[in-house]
Design a protein around this ligand. Structure first.
Ligand code: AN0
Ligand code: CP
Length: 317
């Protein structure tokens, strides 16, 4: 594997899941695989889970790890070609990428949607430049339109907790004070659409995801109907995708928050969220603290998804 940005890059999901379970049972078996190999993790945005879990995954594989926060201590990077660089950015990404690549064997990149241009975001111009100009395997640690390490961890978690072969999985929008990217819901939908689960997305009108991501999911505007019989409730806020509202907040309707009354409509559903989560905006204290909340094991599986991906990349170096 020399690129991991979307579900297609992992190959058949049954094999990916078997590999993940193997990594989970034998986390230290491949310590020699990463010997004298270096992972460079580049963050254009904040992170807690991705930073720590990916570093732990690489350490489990015997790798050395370098982390760069581009916005803290590095030169500010110009990312557009053709710009006269007389502003506040001393370095161009077209030099920075091959330089950074010369210090490592595998690169992880976090670069969120910027909401300056829908076209630039949905063409993934930042991570694609790393893929094009680094000459090294590149994996996404959340790019503009997808967060595949999260979705892979989510899938592993659902497989571990499901009580029926084809669970009903519901992705629900929930309110948030700031405009957030569509990457997590896009990616979750993309991965769920590759399974045979019953998959439903519920959100207020105007919050439709790009059709290439929502795919064959059932879109249900009435959250009551969506919650009925659900085995998993996966909450996330996102901003609008459709023009002319791309990247905008259309609703802060608190009645969409996941609370105990809503969970009572479900089939004793598990509660999931990628974290970080704003309590009593997205989910009530009661639900996130309940026995049905699996947000902590979900986050713990981020080591497993990262290690499975990095292991495949090391094997093809
Ligand atoms: C980010 C997002 O919604 O994409 C990262 C989630 C993993 N969340 C925030 O910025 C709060
Ligand atoms: N879920 C997730 O990616 O969390 P961080 O933003 O803390 O990495």
């Amino acid at each position: 594997m020399n690129k991991f940005t979307c579900v297609q890059d992992i190959g058949p999901l049954d094999i990916a899941l078997a590999n993940a379970m193997d990594v989970k049972v034998n986390p230290y078996r491949d310590q020699d695989l990463g010997k004298n190999k270096t992972l460079l993790m580049i963050f254009f945005n904040s992170s807690l889970r991705t930073r720590l879990s990916t570093q732990k995954a690489a350490m489990n594989l015997g790798m050395n790890v370098i982390v760069l926060d581009v916005n803290q201590g590095a030169w500010k990077l110009e990312t557009e070609r053709g710009v006269i660089m007389d502003g506040d950015k001393p370095e161009h990404i077209l030099e920075a990428i091959p330089v950074m690549a010369s210090y490592c064997d595998i690169i992880g990149v976090r670069s969120f949607a910027r909401f300056e241009s829908k076209e630039a975001d949905y063409n993934e111009v930042i991570i694609n430049q790393f893929i094009q100009y680094s000459g090294k395997p590149v994996f996404s640690m959340e790019a503009a339109t997808r967060h595949p390490l999260q979705s892979f961890a989510d899938l592993i978690t659902i497989e571990e907790y499901k009580r029926v072969a084809r669970p009903k999985v519901v992705l629900t929008w929930a309110p948030h004070p700031m405009a957030l990217p569509q990457a997590v819901p896009n990616s979750f939908a993309e991965w769920m659409n590759e399974t045979d689960y019953e998959f439903v997305i519920t959100h207020p009108e105007g919050y439709e995801l790009a059709p290439q991501f929502s795919g064959k999911a059932k879109i249900e505007y009435d959250w009551r109907k969506a919650y009925e019989g659900a085995d998993f409730i996966y909450a996330k806020n996102w901003s609008a995708y459709n023009d002319p509202n791309y990247g905008k907040i259309l609703s802060k309707d608190r009645s969409w928050m996941v609370d105990s009354d809503k969970m009572k409509l479900t089939n004793d559903a598990f509660f999931m969220h990628c974290l970080p989560v704003r309590r009593n905006m997205i989910v009530s204290d009661e639900v996130i603290e309940s026995k049905n909340s699996i947000v902590i094991p979900e986050a713990a599986n981020r080591v497993v998804s990262a290690q499975t991906v990095i292991r495949e990349m090391l094997k093809s170096l």
